[in-house]
Design a binder for this molecule. Sequence first.
Ligand SMILES: *Cc1c(COP(=O)(O)O)cnc(C)c1O
Length: 403
Amino acid sequence: MSDIIKQYESYVMPTYGRQPVVFVRGNGCYLYNEEGVAYLDFTAGLSINNLGHCHPAVVRAAQAQLSELIHTCNLYYTKPGGELAKLISDASLGGKVFFANSGAEANECAIKLARKYGYDTSGTGKNGSASGVNEKYRIITLEHGFHGRTMATLTATAQPAKQEPFKPLLPGFTYVPANDIDALTAAVDDNVCAIMLEPVQGEGGVHPLKKEFLEAARELATKHKALLIFDEVQTGLGRTGKLFAYEHSGVKPDVMTLAKSLAGALPIGATVAAPAYSDVLTPGMHATTFGGGPVPCAAGIAVMNELTAPGFLESVETKGDFMRSLLEKLKSDGLVTEVRGAGLMLAVDLPEPKAASVVTQALASKIILNNTSEKTIRFLPPLVVEEGMIEAVVEFLQTALSV
Ligand SMILES: *Cc1c(COP(=O)(O)O)cnc(C)c1O
């Protein structure tokens, strides 16, 4: 065993099941191990390295910023934060942005914003309730969703196995099955302050939500004066072939969260609000010391410019369609039972529970894949992937699944 792996075993908490490989360098769609062997990366750091590893525009922007100014804290203004916020706002909800450092933190802010909005609109807030307590605090999330690992976002993550050892959870969350309009309708009342969901459930196994379900969520949220929050931490920023996944359905959220690929693989999170909800959180109500620092924001500006360059998103759609058509052939050959996803966020279900062993086999073949369960393999290649690489991965699958 490599000394590096031994060091991890001795000194790093065992919270991850890591693959037995040490990477020392990344370039485009490839990662390289200590011996310089190249691995074709179809996981992209879990949809983080969307522009590929060490994209030159990201490296240039971050390096330039690193030698100018690294951190001031949020008691002062710096240049990149305002500029990145404007780029995100103009491209999405048109309101204001809160910057944090991760997806969980972006969702934490969205949850607090929703609770504050509920407080303002009933209960102990502006209107005051007969009981004198804020009753508009309930948040609806979907079964098999994933929103992060902090206590609030773990509570929002309706996956009992992940929650069990950490109970009691945060009060006020109700879970409904994805795509079940009746269950959602039954769960939403005037005491709900938010409905929170991923337009395509990522960690849950790449399950796109139906347009009608998203429309019903929009209608119910509006009717009951609740915020519709879309967690686009994984689906956002070109992954599904649109800048934001909500564009596929035409259903606009009131609040959207971003993270993962936003700063070209540097840590960042962003909570984006529509104008009507942009000033719900006021000075002193929410903060994070690192959030919106000049380096990740400078990288984020470079990322936004690349994503919105002419033809870029169209190429994601074309390559997504291409990969999907090859995966559909595996399905007609009976090697996989289902193909799901949008753009370059794709998954296949296997007839047998052997996804983990296929992922291990892939690594031996110098291909990096990820499985979300024993039956589902997920594909999140860098958006700059080439058709030949897609063919190579599907050929590997064809061989691996044929035995
Ligand atoms: C990854 C992910 C998160 C959590 O992001 P972290 O940066 O790991 O905290 C939240 N929501 C979704 C949809 C994600 O895919």
